[in-house]
Design a protein around this ligand. Structure first.
Ligand code: 5U1
Length: 680
């Protein structure tokens, strides 16, 4: 039962105060220092203890208590806030020349030609906000709005754990306005969209929109469930003393409990700014959050004051933007491509547009569901996103710009290449051409796969050559490759005598391979390189594999019912058995091996977990290759985990691994490990 103020014993009051201070300190270590000292579970335990005390003695509750982050009463509208000092915007630079010109302007105005000290900071792609602290207490959070007036989002900013409700220490100014960016880290964004997808809800287009949508909630309980963070990048209105250098102000803010970006650096001169831009630009896609440029600021505050402002932007700062990752263009047509396994994929043909540093004229539309989800029509203006090396995607449609002659996208009922029916398999989102190897598109893809580096590695047999060979009727199936003659090749485009000779030599060389590579080369659905290796190790010979039934196949590591079904089905089909026979007759041989005892594999008995993004490998490839060496790959970190492979953007799994003192390696370490054992 709740007890009144008079009844609060002194020791209870002291305990609540101590708990609050302890929780605040842990928050500071976690967000500002990026150096947590206790596991999340321990933090939650302390918070619950404080909650229980406050439930027993409600008069103990203070507005800055960590239990008081989430207000229970939704607002009917956001109030308007007038900023004490305008929230400025930044001038943009788009080239190195622009940076040199900016540096020149700064020097000319200061009438000093020596190198300027600049602070270099990533420009986070989020929402600019202002936080007002009075006597160390957070009293107001506001959006930038038009720079003069914004919206009061105090209830919402209070829910963000990296924003302290009370500043740490005592040496903060009596009134301090902190400015910064609220953003959604990519990992949180992916999780949020994944949940939305599972629930059949609308997904967010990008982390910035997700952050904006989350902050615009009148019910702060919704904001509280969104993975938002805030990084401070400057101060606004202040009553009190602050340091004389921008970088020292940021350090002071960190000391008062705010999160400051870890990539910030102080450099001398414009060339060093450009070097910083290039260096971070290369690492951009590996960061845990989206950035759209780099901000350079004259570091000395006295020089900032001397330089002053022009219009609504300071003369002492500039944002050097990265090439946009999203642009608008027109969807001119949709074509349908048929893959090796018959999957029919819609491909958007776009009016060429420069995005993410390259000109994009095609983007994948994935499948029929995606077309429906986007509600896209031919002729629409669409937003194309290209981040890093990711295949360009259409992320949304600008329906306001839809022309009168926009056409619906008709998914074909017959294969655009061979005319066979296109089927939707129940439980699959992909539509497939029914033609199998009758379909030239599937045949071409199957031959390309057979010749690829990880399969029979036929040097010189590129995609264009395969297309010509099939189109001219010189080959129908993979075994025909081994009957090609000099005369056959001489009539082909870009095929000189020497190239023809080299290709015939490469074909000859490819005849000697390993069982694992041969299985992989067959192109059985869902059988990747590592699964092929597991099958080869398990059965030791192709005949053993070909006669295995589904339940035997499921004994193989990493082979579940779906893969087992595809493998058994492949060898049941007469034309596949014939294709294998023809290859044997053409002279293709492979080293058979005694079945391997998996317990004797180098990583047997070890459990790995993968987290964060990897650059050289996909997650699946890393997983398959670890499994092929005998390791188990688990989805979450526990006491049973031996190693965590952590890439950029690693979050809670990394934290947990650190708590449990699990060994951690990065992608380079993983690649070294794989190459060490795979070579044996
Ligand atoms: N990192 C950073 N982002 N950003 C945005 N610094 C920074 N400074 C800004 C803005 C609008 O404005 C300055 C004028 C304080």
């Amino acid at each position: 039962m709740a007890k009144s103020a008079a009844a609060i014993p002194a020791e209870v009051s002291a305990e609540a105060q101590a708990l609050r201070a302890e929780l605040q300190e842990h928050n500071y270590r976690y967000y500002a220092l990026d150096d947590p000292q206790i596991p999340d579970a321990e933090y939650d335990r302390l918070l619950q203890k404080l909650q229980r005390l406050e439930a027993d003695y409600p008069d103990l509750i203070t507005p800055d208590s960590p239990t008081q982050r989430v207000g229970q009463t939704p607002l009917s509208a956001f109030a308007t806030v007038t900023h004490e000092l305008p929230m400025l915007s930044l001038d943009n630079a788009f080239s190195e020349e622009d940076i040199w010109a900016f540096d020149r302007r700064v020097k000319d105005r200061l009438q000093d030609d020596s190198d300027i000290e600049y602070a270099c900071e990533p420009k986070l792609d989020g929402i600019a906000v202002s936080l007002l602290y009075q006597d160390g207490m957070l009293v107001r959070g506001a959006t930038r709005g038009d720079g003069t007036q914004g919206e009061d989002i105090t209830q919402n900013v209070r829910t963000i754990d990296s924003i302290p409700l009370r500043l740490r220490g005592r040496d903060y100014p009596a009134v301090l306005e902190v400015r910064g960016e609220i953003y959604m880290p990519r990992a949180g964004f992916e999780r949020l969209n994944e949940k939305a997808r599972e629930a059949g809800d609308k997904t967010f287009v990008n982390p910035r929109n997700a952050a904006a949508g989350s902050l615009r909630q009148l019910d702060a309980r919704i904001t509280a469930r969104r993975p938002l963070e805030m990084c401070a990048y400057s101060i606004g209105y202040v009553e009190g003393e602050v340091p004389g250098r921008h970088s020292d102000i940021l350090e002071a803010l960190r000391g008062w409990g705010l999160k400051i970006n870890r990539e910030i650096q102080v450099v001398q001169g414009a060339q060093a700014c450009i070097d910083y831009y290039r260096e971070l630009g290369e690492r951009r896609t590996g960061l845990a959050y989206d950035i759209d440029g780099i901000v350079f600021k004259v570091n000395r505050r006295d020089l900032q004051e001397e330089l002053g402002f022009v219009a609504r932007a300071p003369r002492w700062a500039i944002a050097y933007k990265f090439p946009a990752q999203e642009e608008m263009t027109e969807l001119q047509d949709v074509e349908f491509q048929v893959g090796r396994t018959g999957a029919v994929t819609p491909v958007a043909r776009l009016k060429p547009v420069f995005v993410g540093g390259v000109t994009v004229s095609n983007a994948t539309l994935h499948n029929r569901d995606e077309i429906q989800r986007l509600g896209v029509m031919i002729g629409d203006s669409v937003i194309v996103r290209r981040a890093g090396d990711v295949i360009p995607q259409i992320v949304s449609v600008v329906t306001d710009k839809r022309p009168d002659n926009a056409r619906a996208i008709e998914f074909p009922e017959h294969c655009p290449v061979c005319g066979s029916p296109v089927e939707m398999v129940p439980g699959e989102i992909v539509a497939r051409c029914d033609g199998g190897l009758i379909c030239p598109a599937q045949r071409k893809q199957a031959i390309k796969h057979f010749a690829s580096r990880k399969a029979l590695d036929i040097d010189g047999l590129g995609d264009k050559l395969v297309e010509q060979l099939v189109d001219k009727g010189l080959i129908q199936a993979v075994a025909d490759l081994y009957h090609l003659t000099r005369e056959d090749l001489s009539g082909l485009e870009r095929m000189g005598e020497k190239s023809a000779e080299n290709l015939l030599e490469a074909l000859e060389k490819s005849k000697n391979t390993t069982l694992a590579k041969f299985i992989y080369a067959l192109g059985i659905r869902e059988v990747g390189e590592a699964t092929a290796r597991n099958l080869a190790q398990h059965y030791g010979s192709l005949d053993e594999l070909a006669s295995a039934d589904e339940s035997s196949l499921q004994q193989v590591d990493n082979v579940g019912p779906v893969v087992a079904h595809f493998v058994a089905e492949f060898f049941e089909q007469e034309h596949n058995r014939e294709a294998v026979d023809k290859l044997r007759k053409a002279g293709v041989t492979w080293t058979e091996q005694a079945p391997v005892d998996r317990d004797s594999l180098p990583l047997a008995g070890l459990t790995y977990v993968l987290t964060g993004s990897l650059e050289q490998l996909t997650r699946d490839q890393a997983k398959e290759r670890l499994q092929a060496l005998g390791a188990k790959v688990a989805g979450s970190v526990s006491k049973k985990t031996d190693y965590l492979v952590a890439g950029p953007g690693a979050g809670s799994k990394l934290k947990k691994a650190e708590e449990l003192e699990v060994d951690i390696m990065d992608e380079a370490g993983l690649l070294e490990l794989l190459s060490q054992w795979e070579a044996e």
